[in-house]
Design a protein. Structure first.
Length: 193
C-alpha cells in the first residue's frame, strides 16, 4: 500500500467545484484500496509570492508550509487537481509550488552549475479541468500549461513517472459524463496512479 498526497490546487477555499469532487473520488478509491491519503488544500493557505532569486534560494521555509513539506516527504505518490486558468495552473498553486519546491528541499544546486533532484522515488498524477475541449488543448495549445507542471517542475525535482488526465468541456458535460469522470478517479486512486 502507498502513501498518497492529494494537492487540491483549486484556488477557491469554499470547495464545491468539480476539482474537489474529483479529488474526493480519488481519495475514496485510494482509501478503499488500503492506501494512506494525505491532503493539502492550497486555496486555504496564505502563501506569499516569492519576489527575488535571493528569497527563492535563501529565505527560510514558510512555517505555514511545514505540514505540506512533511506530507510530501512521506508520500510515494502525489495527485494534483486544478482548473486550467489562462492556459496554466492558477497563480495560487504556482506560488505554493515555488515556496514548497525550493533549493535544499526539492533540489540542490551543484558546483558545476547543474542540479540534483531530491524528490526522486515519487510518482505523480495531474488532473486538470477546463472549459475548452481537451482535444483542442492537446493539439492546438500543445498542453503548454500542463507541461509547465509535469516536465518543468515535477520532472525537474525528480518525480517519475508523471501522468496526466485532461478533462475538457466541463461546462457542457452532462451528469453521465461527470459520473464517468468520478468513477475514473476512484479507479486511479485505488491503483495509486
Amino acid at each position: 500500500m502507498a502513501t498518497i498526497l492529494i494537492i487540491q490546487g483549486h484556488p477557491d477555499p469554499g470547495g464545491g467545484h468539480l476539482c474537489h469532487a474529483l479529488a474526493d473520488a480519488y481519495a475514496a478509491g485510494a482509501e478503499a484500496a488500503g492506501h494512506t491519503v494525505l491532503r493539502v488544500e492550497v486555496g486555504g493557505l496564505d502563501v506569499p509570492l516569492l519576489r527575488s532569486q535571493h528569497d527563492f534560494r535563501h529565505a527560510p521555509p514558510l512555517h505555514a508550509l511545514s505540514p505540506a513539506r512533511a506530507a510530501l516527504v512521506e508520500a510515494e505518490h502525489v495527485a494534483f487537481f486544478f482548473p486550467l486558468w489562462l492556459g496554466g495552473m492558477p497563480a495560487v498553486l504556482k506560488g505554493f509550488l515555488e515556496q514548497l519546491l525550493r533549493p535544499g528541499f526539492a533540489f540542490d544546486y551543484l558546483e558545476d552549475g547543474g542540479t540534483r533532484m531530491l524528490l526522486e522515488g515519487r510518482s505523480a498524477r495531474v488532473v486538470v479541468t477546463m472549459g475548452m475541449p481537451g482535444l483542442i488543448f492537446r493539439l492546438w495549445y500543445l498542453e503548454a500549461g500542463l507541461a509547465a507542471l509535469t516536465r518543468n517542475i515535477l520532472g525537474f525535482v525528480g518525480f517519475s513517472p508523471v501522468r496526466a488526465t485532461v478533462l475538457g468541456g466541463i461546462e457542457a458535460a452532462g451528469e453521465a459524463k461527470r459520473r464517468r469522470w468520478l468513477s475514473r478517479m476512484d479507479a486511479l486512486g485505488r491503483a495509486a496512479r
